[in-house]
Design a protein around this ligand. Sequence first.
Ligand SMILES: Cc1cc2nc3c(=O)[nH]c(=O)nc-3n(C[C@H](O)[C@H](O)[C@H](O)COP(=O)(O)OP(=O)(O)OC[C@H]3O[C@@H](n4cnc5c(N)ncnc54)[C@H](O)[C@@H]3O)c2cc1C
Length: 284
Amino acid sequence: MSELTYVRASTVSEAVGLLNEPGIRSFPLAGGTDMMIQLRRGEIPAGRFVDITKIPELKSRQVAGGPEGTVLLGAGVTISDILEDTALVAMIPLLGQAGETFGGPQIRNLATVGGNVINQAACADLLPVLICLEAVAFVAAPEGEYCVPVSELVSQPLPAGRIVRAFSFAVPPTAARSVYLRLSRRRTLTTARLSLTMLGRVGADGAIAEARIVPGAIFRTVRRVKPVEEMLVGQLPSESLFEACGQKMVDLFLAESGGRWSAPYKQVVISKLTERGLRAVYGN
Ligand SMILES: Cc1cc2nc3c(=O)[nH]c(=O)nc-3n(C[C@H](O)[C@H](O)[C@H](O)COP(=O)(O)OP(=O)(O)OC[C@H]3O[C@@H](n4cnc5c(N)ncnc54)[C@H](O)[C@@H]3O)c2cc1C
């Protein structure tokens, strides 16, 4: 095993200072639920863990501006913290739905939102939810704080020496409906085999006014599926539209995956999951 040391930071600026100390390679350590597995596999090089779990700024949860205001979610908020915050879950049901399916109680007590986003697993539960909510990340860097959409963190991973302080997103309009669907091998304790996060809204004229769709573990990266979103906006919700969207999702999956061994099984699941999600969001 490689040589590793440990230090605990008590503020964001102290953590950034430690992470950028010359002569030693340092990594942020949050709940450790991904990092400990990487450590056991020998994937963590020699260096130093900078424990960020006791930094109060990373634990904040705030809603500003009422029902259609803005949510600020600290990167160090755990899945259990989210589930215990009944007001937050009532306002943003996607957080509760994804949190409830997440691992077992011990993992939920440790696993943080920030770790879930930075680890960027295709099967992550919170990452697609934050992309669907159009969240931005506030990143603390030696030169100061900057802001980046979570969707961009997937294509351009966070450079070393920085930490995510918090995520922010607008509370969806009251007329919006959302759903988080997840398929896994067993009911609990395993990561998702496939997931689908959807948020949408029907306008006063009965046509679909908004569509956000983020699959997990279907495409190579977790991202919105614009071709399917564009099929929906402006249309009247109908079973035939939902089926066509399910088929489009399958076509996109096959084009990207090149028809791996699991493709026949996944095709059926992807089309049915898409239809089910669309019914939940746009159905009567
Ligand atoms: C048994 C088990 C079950 C699991 N089940 C699920 C599941 O159902 N769903 C799911 O999505 N995941 C699951 N996971 C994976 C893991 O729990 C999550 O990805 C979790 O959210 C990681 O958070 P953490 O705080 O433990 O991150 P860590 O392991 O501490 O860190 C992960 C990575 O993020 C970096 N990091 C952490 N916080 C920050 C920050 N604020 N700024 C910058 N970098 C940061 C670390 O340096 C590291 O590279 C499971 C893991 C295990 C071991």
